[in-house]
Design a protein around this ligand. Structure first.
Ligand code: MN
Ligand code: MN
Length: 263
């Protein structure tokens, strides 16, 4: 099943949606996020193609669904989409896919991560590619000037210490407000949306739910940076533990993002 209204060919499309049904061998709490791409596609059909608040009909916007792929192949694919002046939108999968997806970005792209967790461990259970290390791996690749994490409310003592020492820029959930979008210095943004940045009452079915989270103000924030986003991923929805809310919210973020860009 394709993502709703993603009926165009790659050549015609401005937006390229694709799935990465990948998760760590050892997820730190709940397994099953590899099922998310197909479920998010399925629930995307819940919505009208017409977005009434944007006056945009997504059936009239050229969107392509490129199917599923391995994270290793996705790095090249993201680069190709950007080179072809298209906006790639990856549906995970665990957050461990984001270091792959961002690995071939040019130097003028900054990475904005929305996440409850710092994901700044050097390794987790001996695994340096774990989803609990996603921000750390990206940080090591791009350097401190090109990455910001927002919405943080969970980290180990070691992660906080490392973040201070290495000058990893992050905002806690209590520092969040939608206007901080104006403080993000990047002209081009890769957005990595870990769905657990939302409170579990909005998105219960995620791999590592963390209470005291954010609500629909996340949408306001993304709307404010939408014009600068050149690629994004939406990760960590965990269908076996979801009642549909997390998957529906993930599909809606993707649809609203396209509508904001097209307004
Ligand atoms: Mn994460
Ligand atoms: Mn997280």
């Amino acid at each position: 099943m394709k993502f709703a209204d993603a009926e165009q060919s790659y050549e015609e499309a401005r937006y390229i949606i694709f799935g990465i049904p990948y998760e760590d061998v050892e997820m730190s709490f709940r397994a099953g996020t590899k099922e998310a791409p197909s479920i998010i596609r399925y629930v995307s059909w819940d919505y009208e193609s017409y977005c009434m608040f944007h006056d945009i009909d997504l059936q009239e916007i050229p969107i392509h669904d490129a199917g599923d792929m391995e994270p290793e192949r996705a790095a090249e694919f993201v680069k190709k989409c950007i080179d072809d002046k298209k906006i790639p939108i990856a549906i995970g999968g665990a957050h461990s896919i984001s270091p792959y997806l961002t690995s071939l970005l040019s130097n003028d792209v900054g990475i904005v991560i929305l996440d409850a967790h710092m994901d700044f461990r050097t390794e987790y259970l001996g695994d340096a590619t774990s989803h609990a290390c996603a921000a750390r791996r990206i940080f090591e690749k791009v350097g401190k000037e090109r990455i910001i994490s927002i919405g943080i409310r969970s980290a180990s003592k070691e992660e906080i210490k490392d973040a201070r020492e290495l000058d990893f820029k992050y905002y806690t959930v209590s520092e969040f407000n939608k206007n901080m979008a104006d403080e993000i210095p990047f002209k081009k943004i890769y957005l990595s949306l870990d769905m657990d940045v939302f409170d579990p009452c909005y998105a219960p079915g995620v791999s590592n739910p963390e209470p005291m989270g954010l609500g629909y103000e996340v949408f306001d924030f993304i709307e404010k940076i939408a014009d600068r986003i050149i690629a994004m991923d939406v990760v960590e929805v965990c269908p076996p533990y979801d009642d549909g809310r997390a998957a529906l919210l993930a599909a809606k973020v993707i649809r609203d993002f396209i509508a904001w860009r097209e307004q």
